[in-house]
Design a protein around this ligand. Structure first.
Ligand SMILES: Cc1cc2nc3c(=O)[nH]c(=O)nc-3n(C[C@H](O)[C@H](O)[C@H](O)COP(=O)(O)OP(=O)(O)OC[C@H]3O[C@@H](n4cnc5c(N)ncnc54)[C@H](O)[C@@H]3O)c2cc1C
Length: 391
């Protein structure tokens, strides 16, 4: 998300920039039709939109809750509240949570929840030698994790700067590095559960103008990704004629994409192959955990923790995705104005992300807004529309 942030924060020009950049459009139009171009245009039309989904990011101002709590005779290790960074931080967070469970040397653990956090915690516990049972109300594809964008975004709405303790940055960095390393293990696997893909942040500002632009407006959300600059690629400016988009510049970067359908299938298969069990179960209050035979429980209930644990520090941050039919050869992402597009194997994500991280904050409405989805798809169509050749 770093590119988008820098891009939006440095005074990106508005819709009027479309098709107006000197020298850009003519070449751009021809590149769009160029069979050798790496960038195959997205066929964005309403009839190719096959679903609209909404997800709630489980945001906590103090950052994810990863701590132990004694509930009666049980030891509960909480592992929830990862905001917009749950997939990205999942393995690192699981390592911390399982580490806390191991302090009492259990032979088996229960994991509540089968989303990104539940599956990675369960696998991490298995790899530590424990017998693991997952108890969950929903499984993939019905969990909220299934409705994520699917990009490496480890500091997206993960905390508020003023609310974190002094050790948070270091803990976050350790989790992010652990996760980043763990995801490398999925590269090249059948089904491409994880892969590197290019992202283009579109702008009419040259690199020099971008550099001189006023700094991004502070929103109060923690910004930590700069801590990972040694392991993540730099963005490269592509000038007029070097890219097919309607803006003068496209800043190209590469990032990890999570093809969530296949990733979740692989996580669940690995868990079951290693002897894990899944039991459908809904918990209505914390005392319901007394029914479980396991003494140690890892609580990965995501936004569900707000109701189950009566934890009002979990704030919903709504996000909606319009899904376009996947296209062969289209495996890249685009940030343009407040639009985020990411082509995955299981669908092309089209997402309105607003002007800043406050977009969708404290909005628990999970009903899809079809009209808003269609508006976003029309914006994508405009981006890839053929443009007139220069006279
Ligand atoms: C629009 C959007 C885009 C996102 N994009 C990205 C992204 O690109 N990259 C990224 O890293 N993160 C992204 N996120 C964030 C990420 O999706 C979340 O942080 C993550 O899904 C949280 O996972 P989880 O396992 O904690 O929660 P969930 O997926 O909600 O899983 C919770 C589990 O607990 C179970 N559960 C809950 N309550 C109960 C109960 N009472 N009894 C029994 N079971 C219960 C549920 O059934 C489910 O199995 C995005 C979020 C949204 C909304």
């Amino acid at each position: 998300m770093m590119d988008r942030r820098s891009f939006l924060g440095r005074g990106m020009l508005g819709a009027g920039a479309l098709g107006l950049s000197a020298g850009g459009p003519t070449r751009a139009a021809s590149l769009l039709l160029d069979r050798d171009s790496h960038i195959i245009p997205i066929r964005a039309s309403i009839d190719r939109m096959f679903r609209v989904t909404v997800c709630l990011r489980p945001f906590r101002a103090a950052g994810p809750r990863i701590e132990a709590e004694e509930v009666g005779r049980k030891l509960v290790i909480h592992n929830y509240g990862h905001g917009g960074s749950g997939w990205s931080l999942s393995w690192g967070s699981a390592a911390v949570a399982v580490g806390k469970a191991m302090e009492v040397s259990p032979k088996e653990v229960a994991v509540i929840g089968a989303g990104a956090m539940g599956l990675t915690a369960a696998l991490t516990a298995q790899r530590a030698g424990l017998a693991v049972t997952i108890y969950a109300k929903e499984q993939f594809p019905d969990v909220r994790s299934a409705r994520a964008t699917g990009t490496w975004s480890p500091d997206s709405r993960v905390a508020m700067e003023k609310d974190v303790d002094s050790g948070f940055g270091d803990r976050w960095e350790s989790m992010a590095r652990t996760s980043f390393a763990a995801f490398q293990g999925f590269l090249g696997s059948a089904g491409d559960p994880v892969e590197w893909t290019d992202r283009y942040a579109l702008s009419d500002l040259s690199p020099v103008q971008r550099q001189a632009a006023p700094p991004e407006e502070a929103t109060g959300f923690s910004r930590l990704e700069h801590r990972l600059h040694d392991i993540t690629p730099r963005s490269q400016p592509l000038g007029p004629g070097e890219h097919p988009f309607p803006t003068a510049f496209a800043y190209r970067n590469s990032s990890l994409t999570f093809n969530v359908a296949d990733l979740s299938r692989q996580l669940m298969s690995d868990f079951l192959i290693a002897g894990g069990k899944v039991v459908p179960m809904t918990f209505h209050e914390p005392n319901d955990i007394m029914k479980l035979k396991q003494k140690v429980i890892i609580n990965c209930t995501g936004y569900g923790a707000r109701a189950l644990w009566k934890d009002e520090s979990v704030i919903p941050v709504r996000g909606q995705i319009a899904w376009l039919i996947p296209q062969a050869g289209v495996t890249y992402g685009v940030y343009h104005k407040s639009l985020n597009i990411l082509a995955r194997r299981d669908g092309i994500v089209v997402q309105e992300v607003g002007e800043n991280d406050w977009f969708g904050y404290n909005d628990a409405n999970e009903t899809p807004d079809r009209q808003a989805a269609e508006t976003s798809v029309r914006q994508v169509a405009e981006l890839f529309a053929p443009r007139p050749a220069a006279a």
